[in-house]
Write a new protein. Structure first.
Length: 229
């Protein structure tokens, strides 16, 4: 407890003099995907290391990869210690700058998804029937976490052979692999499409199609989807 308090006080002192950079210039944030809707960054902070003070100019959603504990030091605010679990997904509204310090002996990893169209999406009409739910699937679950900026965020867990039944995507969506994945997407009218993803991989998928998803691997599969209206 004393050690954590010391770290928070030290970061609070650092905030006043820390140089500020844009997120694209923060060396622990690696841009992996960009289009008119999102900018996706893979974040990796080594053990007991700080990021630079960096700006978030857009609302964003982040997906945690692995259990971790960090100090979040937002500019002009007191630092806060946060414990996060593997796959935990949260929303952060813009605009702010902060430093993140990894308190653990393992790398702090997440996928940060900036919502480029946040200004217009904040005012979008209600689109989804439900913004929180737990749906039981054949050999798995879908947990709808929340709807923010018109985007519905869900976590899927599938045991080997587990299936997400036929469903339709009207708009585009982003898939973020929490675990390593071996999955097959059976698209209506097109046939099977196998896919392999490493933990932290992301894929942008267009809308206007229906499909099922099957875990074809030998281990449990966990992934998060961001469905756009």
């Amino acid at each position: 407890m004393k050690r954590c308090l010391f770290i928070c006080l030290a970061l609070f002192a650092v905030q006043a003099t820390a140089p500020e950079v844009e997120i694209t210039a923060e060396p622990h944030h690696h841009l992996t995907l960009e289009n008119k809707s999102v900018r996706v960054f893979n974040v990796e902070v080594p053990p007991h290391t700080d990021t630079l003070m960096h700006w978030h100019r857009h609302d964003y959603i982040y997906v945690t990869l692995g259990d971790t504990e960090v100090v979040n030091a937002v500019k002009d605010k007191a630092p806060v210690t946060v414990k996060l679990q593997d796959g935990e997904t949260r929303f952060s509204p813009a605009t702010f700058a902060h430093i993140a310090r990894n308190l653990t002996d393992q790398p702090f990893r997440n996928v940060t998804i900036e919502i480029v169209e946040d200004e217009s999406l904040r005012h979008s009409a209600a689109y989804w029937d439900e913004d929180r739910a737990l749906n039981i699937l054949h050999g798995g679950t879908q947990q709808i976490f929340f709807v923010k900026d018109g985007i519905r965020v869900s976590e899927f867990e599938l045991q080997p052979g587990g299936v997400v039944p036929m469903h339709h995507h009207t708009g585009p969506h982003l898939l973020v692999a929490v675990s390593d994945l071996d999955i097959r997407s059976d698209v209506e009218g097109q046939g099977p499409m196998p896919g392999h993803f490493k933990s932290g991989d992301s894929k942008w998928l267009p809308g206007n199609y229906s499909h099922t998803i099957t875990n074809t691997g030998t281990k449990a599969a966990k992934f998060v989807t961001l469905e756009f209206p």
